[in-house]
Design a protein around this ligand. Structure first.
Ligand code: ADP
Length: 504
């Protein structure tokens, strides 16, 4: 039999569905993206059409094979990674969605979450799930669909409806309805799973009124998820791995052991620290989650995210017209020695971890008559590094260990000024890999390891190559003074009603 030359990664994001092909040496040889639209029916609400999600992903996969001149029969296995928490419900028999997908960003259940957090469940839900009670996670979105779709609650009880996050929907579509399953990393984001046992939690199902019959089976991330039917791409392809996007990126950065961490600089920032087989408990308002795991027992991570990072640069470009492109921010920031005392807190939609202050709003502090366009741009880039430094400090406090380096990826990680400033403010080396498409490569790595396409984790670790290291070079006194200026500005941006940051 001829060896299969390729692995296929499906990367179903929020704004596009991508598909990438990897060769036997772990190199990405082709990638295609198909845009995916969101709808905003009310302020704070975000929806997608489940059939659009499927069509965009199917089209991206078809295109990547076609444009690379490859066929599905040359693909050894496929791996899926996806936007997490987004909630779908469909009819088990017809496959028809019963409601739009409620996207992770959607805030429609914020008041339900506030009420939950204030009640008796306010303590045990975080302890059981590792999560902060928030509209972000799937549980209250699923309850909302059951409450607001005619007959849905009764039909769910009768076993006629299925729930899934985006991974589960794609697996179900690819296998022609044969497999209804999710992986442990996606399941850990639903607020319905017991983080320690890795099983659906009876108390949570009871609390949210979710029938067990509608939930997918939870499998390890690297496991058989059935076979994509031949009519989709021209030949059958085994589905060998599934992982949520941030956990896939952790794998794509070859962070498979306790103490290794990555930060993704996109619209927002997502930092994850692998904690190995040890379940973390955050005392600093971060989230404990499952890392993607092959079939070798539980693996955990601490996660923290900030809502606005690259989006601050986008705002300067699109709203203020200070930049023609995001890339231009690098030269502008370098053209001044500092921000001239300006601090920019981009709390456009409140503050994420470790503050969780929904009412905070952005501010630009320290403006004088000498403040220039370049100072503002530099302050925007610096704000990304300050927010990341606070996330990492909280993670280190939770883990009780100091990071030896931070691996980076995402659209804004190409900015060398930002990466050097990050190293300086964090006082830790920043390591940027050659391939920053770590979400897709993580899905490919997991599928390759699980299917035997690659012999094991050591081979995968050898694929991960450093492109550049940024060493910290800032004197401690300057770092302390900048951090204190940032904290002062942040304090002013916070809402008066929000809880203050826990000490530590
Ligand atoms: P996402 O996956 O969240 O859509 P990406 O990883 O594609 O985001 O990164 C895009 C974000 O990165 C945008 O917010 C953009 O403003 C920012 N960005 C892109 N290039 C640069 C750059 N060279 N310097 C700073 N920010 C950048």
């Amino acid at each position: 039999m001829r060896p299969m030359p390729y692995l296929l990664a499906l990367d179903e994001g929020t704004t596009s569905a991508r598909a990438a092909l990897y060769d036997a040496s772990g190199r990405r040889v082709a990638m295609e993206a198909v845009p995916l639209a969101s709808r905003y029916p009310q302020p704070g609400w975000v929806e997608q059409d489940p059939l659009d999600i499927w069509r965009a992903q199917h089209e991206a996969a078809r295109l990547v094979l076609l444009r690379h001149g490859a066929t599905a029969s040359e693909v050894g296995a496929l791996g899926i990674t996806n936007q997490r928490e987004t909630t779908l419900v469909w009819d088990r028999t017809t496959g028809q969605p019963v409601a739009p997908a409620i996207v992770w960003q959607c805030r429609r259940t914020a008041s339900a979450c506030a009420a939950l957090a204030a009640g008796p469940a306010g303590d045990w839900i975080p302890a059981r799930t590792g999560l902060v009670i928030d509209a972000y996670f799937s549980a209250t979105k699923l309850r909302w669909i059951l409450d607001h779709t005619p007959d849905a609650a009764a039909r769910a009880r009768d076993g006629e409806l299925l729930f899934g996050t985006v991974d589960t929907w794609l697996v179900w579509k690819l296998t022609g309805g044969a497999v209804h399953a999710t992986d442990i990393s996606n399941a850990s984001r639903t607020m319905l799973m017991d983080l320690a046992s890795g099983a659906w939690d009876a108390d949570l199902l009871d609390l949210f009124g979710i029938p067990l019959a509608m939930l997918p089976e939870i499998r390890p991330s690297g496991a058989s998820f059935g076979v994509a039917q031949a009519d989709h791409l021209g030949a059958e392809i085994p589905i060998a791995a599934v992982a949520g996007d941030q956990q896939a990126a952790l794998a794509g950065q070859a962070c498979f052991q306790a103490g290794l961490a990555k930060n993704t600089y996109g619209t927002g920032c997502f930092a994850l620290l692998h904690t190995g087989a040890r379940q973390p408990r955050s005392r600093h308002r971060l989230v404990a989650t499952r890392a993607a795991a092959l079939n070798h027992g539980p693996r955990f991570a601490i996660e923290g995210s900030t809502f606005v990072a690259g989006a601050a640069v986008q705002w300067l470009r699109d709203r203020l017209g200070l930049l023609a492109s995001a890339a231009e921010s690098e030269d502008a920031a370098r053209s001044v020695p500092d921000t001239g005392g300006v601090f920019f807190v981009p709390a456009f939609v409140g503050l994420g971890a470790p503050y969780w202050d929904a009412e905070a709003r952005g501010l630009i502090a320290g403006i004088t008559a000498a403040t220039s366009r370049e100072h503002l741009i530099r302050a925007a880039l610096e704000s990304i590094a300050y927010q990341t430094a606070e996330l990492i400090a909280a993670m280190e406090a939770d883990a009780g260990a100091r990071l030896s380096e931070l691996r980076v990826d995402g659209g804004a990680s190409v900015n060398d000024f930002l990466m050097q400033f990050q190293a300086d403010i964090l006082d830790r080396p920043i390591v940027r890999p050659a391939d920053v498409e770590t979400t897709a490569s993580g899905a490919a790595y997991l599928a390759g390891a699980a299917s035997g396409f690659w012999p094991g984790l050591a081979t995968i670790e050898s694929f991960w190559q450093v492109e550049r290291r940024f060493e910290p070079a800032m004197p401690a006194s300057r770092r302390d003074s900048l951090l204190s200026g940032w904290k002062d500005a942040l304090h002013r941006a916070r809402s008066s009603t929000a809880g203050r940051v826990p000490a530590g």
